[in-house]
Design a protein around this ligand. Structure first.
Ligand code: SF4
Length: 287
């Protein structure tokens, strides 16, 4: 019977050896519960029957988590799970996306998407933001958290774009990085999503966590993680990979209690903080 249909039970040891015993004791079907939750999510994902479990790794010797064939398999399965995803921040221009991305720090996309339509109705152009003081903007972005810093960044970026770039958001990473409040993550979001330029890989909290769990990096610093990912992922996948991993973090690979039972990557994921596993877990591969 295909995996993903048959209810399974976490092997405490991280191995497959107790699964058969556990199956006989189970009465519910966790995958059905998860499927109903997935239907309520805003993005279409394919329901894919999981392939047969791989054998547990016999030994760490010879295992290369960034071997091209393993990376290719991860990319393929992400494609199967999230074939058509993009940025979840509502926007109609590069400027709106830039503002939304600045506001999304330490906040949720849902929260930002509640704030920005009102914000852009009140201040419809870059010039309108540039005419503000940070204090004037603070009440409008307060609910996204860290509102004083975010107000300073948004107003500062608007003033710089008007003064130096003729009111147009630049499509160049070096120019974006000199804008207040814009670091590589924000610059990569704007370049990838709006300008369709694959200059880097967006490393947000989801990409950070999942890249470590999948052993695509051992780093903790976002810039070093991005460098690692850029080395092993083909450039024409950088933009989509970021979107797919971000959606994976929202829908299945949660920071706490990831939904490994439903995850198509399960039998090639050796994360040490998996909630359930059919393969050997690697204690250092934690998000
Ligand atoms: S198996 Fe679990 S930890 Fe690994 S990627 Fe899937 S949800 Fe995340």
């Amino acid at each position: 019977m295909p995996r993903g249909v048959v209810p399974r039970h976490p092997a405490q040891t991280g191995r497959q050896d107790k699964v058969r015993v556990a199956r006989t004791r189970m009465s519910g079907n966790p995958s059905q519960k998860q499927s109903s939750r997935a239907k309520a999510a805003p993005v279409k994902t394919k329901t894919v029957a999981l392939s047969k479990p791989t054998k547990p790794a016999k030994s760490a010797k010879g295992y290369n988590p960034v071997a091209p064939e393993r990376v290719a398999e991860i990319l393929k399965r992400l494609n199967d799970l999230y074939p058509d995803v993009t940025c979840a921040l509502t926007h109609k221009s590069a400027w709106e996306l830039l503002v939304a991305t600045i506001l999304s720090a330490q906040s949720t996309d849902v929260n930002v998407n509640r704030v920005t339509p009102v914000l852009f109705q009140k201040y419809p152009t870059v010039e309108a933001f540039a005419a503000l003081t940070p204090e004037e903007l603070e009440p409008d972005v307060r609910s996204t958290g860290f509102f004083r810093n975010k107000s300073k960044s948004v107003v500062g970026a608007a003033k710089k774009i008007v003064a130096d770039f003729g009111g147009q958001v630049p499509d160049d990473i070096d120019k974006l990085l000199i804008l207040p409040g814009v670091a590589r993550k924000t610059a990569n979001v704007v370049l990838g999503t709006w300008f369709k330029k694959a200059v880097g890989v967006v490393v947000d909290t989801h990409v950070h966590r999942i890249s470590r769990r999948l052993e695509l990096t051992k780093e903790n610093d976002p810039q070093k993680i991005e460098q690692d990912l850029m080395k092993i992922i083909p450039q024409d996948r950088w933009i989509l990979f970021s979107h797919q991993v971000i959606w994976h973090g929202r829908k299945l690979c949660f920071a706490r209690k990831p939904n490994c039972v439903e995850c198509l990557l399960e039998n090639i994921c050796h994360a040490g903080d998996k909630a359930w596993s059919t393969v050997e877990m690697h204690k250092n591969a934690v998000g």
